[in-house]
Design a protein around this ligand. Structure first.
Ligand SMILES: [Zn+2]
Length: 297
């Protein structure tokens, strides 16, 4: 089944915020939120936390999948509102989230959305800022949160160097961030090997060994049952096909990366119009994927 809205997913697991930028709430002790997307979603996350937890201060942790602006944008706002909150991420994320240039770019990308969502935000101070990471995860770490809620941390670099996936064996749920790509408007997988194609493939191969009943993707789609089970293999095939397409274009355009980016953007973004991402982020990511393939050929 494919779920495209927020709300209860299964006993103890909820999707909150806006469906295009959900965060996942696990009702463990204390409760954990996985990712906290764009700054604009902050007030909505808070409303939903209030609804499901009664008291927002019960939230113990935010576990981040990676250090991108649309996965940790609302963390500073939530930290300001929930003082006891602890933030956990893959160990490389801590450095990035303190770098002035990275913080500046993430703030600016979030501000693009803030202008569009003025009305919904109201007067709340949702501004992005430096994030201090309290807990640094390594590959194979396990986090026991009582009542059988054990969380396995799996390092899945390739989308970013600091990408980690979280597996919750009790309900066979996987939160991969963008380690397995995202779906476009045609329900085709858009591969996201923005830091390394080779690492991305190795990471997907690692995830293939898991028994997954619930796949919690970061933008819009939650997959259950057979759809969840088949997703990782489909991600592997999509990534291999997209790499080949970039490789062929690099040969055709004599290694001219900008020509490759323009060709793909014209066909996919302008032509098919099925990409569910704003153009600035799409081009940033596409440029990084072309670079990754060009440098690993
Ligand atoms: Zn990302």
């Amino acid at each position: 089944m494919i779920i495209e809205k927020t709300g209860k997913i299964c006993e103890g697991l909820y999707s909150i915020g806006y469906h295009f930028i959900p965060a996942f709430l696990l009702m463990s002790t204390p409760p954990v939120l996985f990712d906290a997307g764009l700054t604009i979603a902050g007030p909505r996350y808070l409303e939903d936390l209030e609804e499901y937890l009664g008291d927002i201060n019960k939230l113990g942790y935010i576990f981040l999948t990676h250090s991108h602006y649309d996965h940790c944008g609302a963390v500073p706002f939530l930290k300001r509102n929930i003082p006891g909150l602890k933030i956990a991420a893959g160990k490389q994320a801590a450095e990035i989230l303190k770098k002035p240039n990275a913080v500046k770019l993430m703030k600016s990308l979030n501000e693009d959305y803030e202008q569009k969502f003025r009305k919904q935000i109201g007067t709340a101070d949702i501004s992005f800022s430096t994030i201090d990471i309290d807990i640094l995860f390594e590959d194979d770490d396990e986090y026991d949160l009582g009542d059988g809620w054990n969380i396995q941390v799996i390092a899945t670099p390739g989308h970013t160097k600091d990408s980690v996936s979280y597996y919750i064996p009790k309900v066979k749920a996987l939160i991969p961030g963008e380690a397995t790509g995202v779906y476009d408007g045609n329900f085709e997988i858009q591969s996201e090997f923005t830091s390394s194609y080779r690492d991305y493939i190795r990471s997907i191969e690692k995830l293939l060994t898991l028994d997954v009943d619930i796949m919690l993707l970061p933008h819009i789609h939650i997959l259950t049952g057979e759809d969840a089970g088949q997703h990782i293999q489909k991600s592997l095939e999509s990534a291999q096909a997209f790499m080949k397409r970039i490789d062929t274009l690099l040969s055709r355009f004599n290694g001219d990366r900008d020509a490759v980016i323009n060709d793909i953007c014209a066909e996919d973004y302008e032509g098919k119009q099925t990409v569910l991402q704003d153009k600035r982020s799409y081009l940033l990511n596409l440029g990084a994927k072309v670079k990754a393939v060009a440098e690993e050929r």
